[in-house]
Design a protein around this ligand. Structure first.
Ligand code: G3H
Ligand code: 13P
Ligand code: ZN
Length: 311
């Protein structure tokens, strides 16, 4: 099956009260782990590539591997640029086989965010590519940008209608208390999300797909495994799964996960080397890593996203 945009996925997800998983990909094993899980559960899936991933693996390899996954699985798969930093990067992805791009102007003053996002939409739409914008700013680390808690701010629901109508974006990422990376809440802090903001945004934009970034849950068993086998991860706290289920049943149609995959891979590889210190064939340690990714994504589809059998 050729790659698809997210338009149909989001329409069905909104109507069905579920969300589609958007997972970051950096190499072949990650793509295979994710799409094997999606195939097993007959689920639509979004594979997303950050600017850092493009730099690491190169545009051409990633596009070719994602296309191969779509052909092999026959699933609806969208190839999405995650946190597009500028017009040029978005243009390169639109021209180069992506079906969806995010332009992240969330750090810019409002009018500049509107202007940049509109510019990307005007280039993308005539070429059949959809665009995600962002309003509000998450804390945490993405690529080389580290947004401190002080600089993060929630989305203002009074801005969303103006932003969406003036830019023409197809989906909107909002900030309601999630953050990027493995350390989302301080030890002892009770995880909380601003569902009141999500509710208000949904009222202002009826039927419009909302995106949740920074949505990893941080599996404590995986963190324990990493630390048991020589790692040194401080207490990491993610988004509780019941909160993600609640968001999926509301206007959130796309849930972004990267850190959970990184942590699961690292745990599997550390454990493998501890148990098999003589191994040096990458296939020996990348097999359990790929299996671990498949398990993480299966779990998300079954218990968090609700997109099983929605392909
Ligand atoms: O939100 C950012 C994603 O986790 C991608 O991370 O920019 O290090 O590839 P990266
Ligand atoms: P996590 O760091 O919570 O996995 O978030 C990933 C993300 O939002 C990618 O855009
Ligand atoms: Zn993100």
């Amino acid at each position: 099956m050729p790659l698809v945009t997210t338009t149909e996925m989001f329409k069905k997800a909104y109507a069905g009260g579920y969300a589609v998983g958007a997972f970051n990909v950096n190499n072949m094993e990650i793509i295979q782990g994710i799409t094997r899980a999606a195939k097993k559960h007959n689920a639509p899936v979004i594979l997303q590539v950050s600017a850092g991933a493009r730099k690491y693996a190169s545009h051409g390899y990633l596009v070719a591997m994602v296309k191969a996954a779509a052909e092999e699985t026959g699933l609806p798969i969208a190839l999405h640029l995650d946190h597009g930093p500028d017009f040029e990067t978005c243009k390169a992805c639109i021209d180069g086989g992506f079906t969806s791009v995010m332009i992240d102007g969330s750090h810019l003053p409002y009018e500049e965010n509107v202007a940049l996002t509109k510019q990307v939409v005007e280039y993308a739409h005539p070429r059949g590519v959809v665009v995600e914008g962002e309003l509000g700013q998450l804390a945490g680390i993405e690529d080389d940008v580290n947004v401190s808690e002080d600089d993060a701010h929630f989305t203002d629901p009074d801005q969303v209608f103006d932003f969406v109508t003036r830019t023409g974006v197809d989906s909107l990422a909002i900030a309601i208390g999630t953050s990027h990376g493995a350390y989302k809440f301080k030890p002892g802090q009770k995880p909380q999300l601003r569902f009141d903001i999500l509710e208000e945004v949904a009222q202002k934009l009826p039927g419009f797909p909302i995106v949740l970034h920074g949505a990893s849950s941080v599996n404590q068993d995986d963190v324990k495994t990493i630390n048991q086998y020589g790692g040194q991860m401080p207490d990491a706290i993610g988004i509780p799964e019941e909160m993600l289920r609640q968001a999926s049943s509301m206007a959130v149609c796309k849930i972004n996960v990267d850190s959970d995959i990184r942590i699961a891979m690292t745990a599997a590889i550390r454990k493998h080397f501890a148990e098999n210190p003589t191994h040096f064939d990458p296939r020996q340690y990348l097999t359990p890593a790929r299996d671990a990714i498949e398990r993480v994504v299966s779990h998300k589809i079954e218990t968090v996203l609700g997109c099983e059998n929605k392909a």
